[in-house]
Design a protein around this ligand. Structure first.
Ligand SMILES: *Cc1c(COP(=O)(O)O)cnc(C)c1O
Length: 452
């Protein structure tokens, strides 16, 4: 037998993925690329920090969710929640996939129109719609989801004035067993307010009640809450048919499905605790299919899922600015992205991974952003391989709410790129320049001159 070549042993620490008491796991593999595109090359070309969106991941996640619901329910329609991420390129991917638009302000409404959505594929939610907003929505035949009685009366007046029959739904809030209850939006189910709104709409012929809507919360870790909510809306639809012989065309279950992020203080990773699309789809479809609504008049099921469809598609790449020792001896890592652009740091234990190879040794540190503000904490405690100035990091699952809730504070906002399905990178939002921010300012004449 030929003598075997000597191979250097490769000893790796075994870890079965148990969370430590901080709920954070040590990363074992670097993230050096996204969809085949090298992170370090992206940073060299587009700067650091850099938001990176994977078009492929958006499409795959969307298709998985859609298929999961369609396997269980005959008529399913998604409507993209603009406030979750309203970068045009992101919205367009969802619209190309067949998603309608779900908006909660005039600004978002106009963005949806400019993204090519016809009025009758825009759902207008939210508690603040001016008379003018309502007028435009009525004229465009959009679906107006009524939030309160004052809005209901405004729409009735406008309908008469414009001689149009607006298409409306009411937003219903209810007890789903998850507290605190989101009862500040819409009409309550349990206390009869929802029925009062329904009666007011159906007693006269001014508005067309086409749907029932609810949005029970966000990052809902209980799929069963959706089962309860869907049962209650199905009950309303059934009794509307009975009382008025009026068919409800859609039941809109809103959004709120959890993404796979880990909430702060959670002991287990979100990967283990968040319900899957299967769980939510099963909860909702079984409630609707088992309701008293006859099969031939089942409504369309609308879903306004935001977070769960986009979180995984977004990453933030950044750079280590410095390593410092705190007065008590703890180590701290200062990075070039702060809570001003990573708002979800307040809610999530974000998964942060080095973008270069590392040893198996790891150490615990705090991770702070670059702002001159004490609140700028990305992770209170994180266990990572030793890092040094200039190393790169990738924060995963940040596609939802960061690129809408970010603030222009202390620094200017960085670029956002999208890697398309062929691995080609496109800038979809440029970095801000001083002139962009100053462009809206003006200085009164008497302050223009200063004594030098
Ligand atoms: C915010 C919002 C959504 C999306 O919620 P996610 O938690 O991102 O899924 C859907 N519908 C309405 C009415 C909303 O306000």
């Amino acid at each position: 037998m030929a003598k075997l070549h000597f191979e250097r042993p490769n000893i790796k620490k075994l870890n079965v993925g148990i969370s430590n008491k901080f709920g954070s796991k040590t990363e074992f593999e670097p993230i050096t690329e996204i969809d085949g595109v090298d992170i370090k090359e992206l940073i060299v070309k587009y700067g650091s920090p850099l938001f990176i969106i994977s078009e492929k991941t958006i499409r795959e996640t969307y298709r998985e969710a859609k298929q999961t619901f369609e396997n269980r329910f005959p008529k399913v329609q998604f409507a993209w929640s603009y406030k979750t991420n309203y970068l045009d390129a992101v919205c367009k991917v969802f619209h190309q996939e067949g998603s309608w638009a779900e908006v909660v302000s005039r600004f978002e409404y106009e963005k949806a129109l400019e993204n090519g959505m016809p009025g009758n594929k825009i759902i207008f939610n939210g508690p603040d719609k001016t008379e003018d907003d309502l007028k435009i929505a009525i004229e465009n035949k959009s679906f107006i989801h009524i939030d309160h009685f004052d809005e209901l009366y405004s729409i009735m007046n406008l309908a008469e004035h414009l001689k149009k029959k607006p298409k409306v739904a009411i937003r219903v809030n209810m007890d789903t067993g998850v507290y605190p209850m989101w009862d500040r939006f819409g009409f309550n189910y349990e206390n009869g307010e929802a029925w009062e709104a329904i009666n007011k709409i159906l007693m006269n012929d001014k508005l067309e009640l086409i749907g029932l809507h609810t949005h029970i919360g966000t990052f809902m870790l209980s799929a069963n809450a959706y089962h309860i909510a869907a049962s209650k809306l199905a009950d309303l639809a059934f009794h509307i048919k009975k009382k008025y012989n009026h068919t409800i065309q859609y039941i809109d279950m809103g959004g709120g499905f959890a993404s796979k992020n880990t909430l702060k203080g959670a002991y287990l990773s979100g990967l283990d605790t968040s319900p899957t699309f299967n769980d939510y789809a099963e909860a909702i479809s079984s409630a609707l299919l088992n309701s008293e609504i006859p099969p031939d008049s089942l409504p369309m099921l609308i879903l306004e899922t935001g977070r769960a469809l986009i979180d995984d598609a977004g990453s933030l790449a950044g750079t280590v600015i410095a390593i410092k020792k705190l007065s008590d001896g703890r180590r701290s890592t200062i990075v070039d992205f702060g809570v001003n652009i990573l708002f979800t740091s307040f809610w999530y234990e974000h998964k942060v991974t080095p973008a270069q190879g590392f040893t198996q040794y790891s150490e615990t540190s705090s991770m702070y952003g670059p702002l001159c503000m004490n609140i700028d904490v990305i992770r209170e405690t994180i266990t990572l391989p030793p890092l040094k100035k200039g190393d790169n990091l990738v924060v995963s699952r940040i596609g939802a709410y960061n690129m809408t809730q970010w603030m222009q504070f202390i620094t200017l906002r960085p670029k956002v790129v999208m890697i398309d399905s062929n691995g080609i990178t496109h800038i979809i939002r440029n970095n801000e320049l001083l002139k962009d921010v100053k462009g809206l300012e003006s200085v009164p004449e008497h302050l223009k001159k200063i004594n030098k």
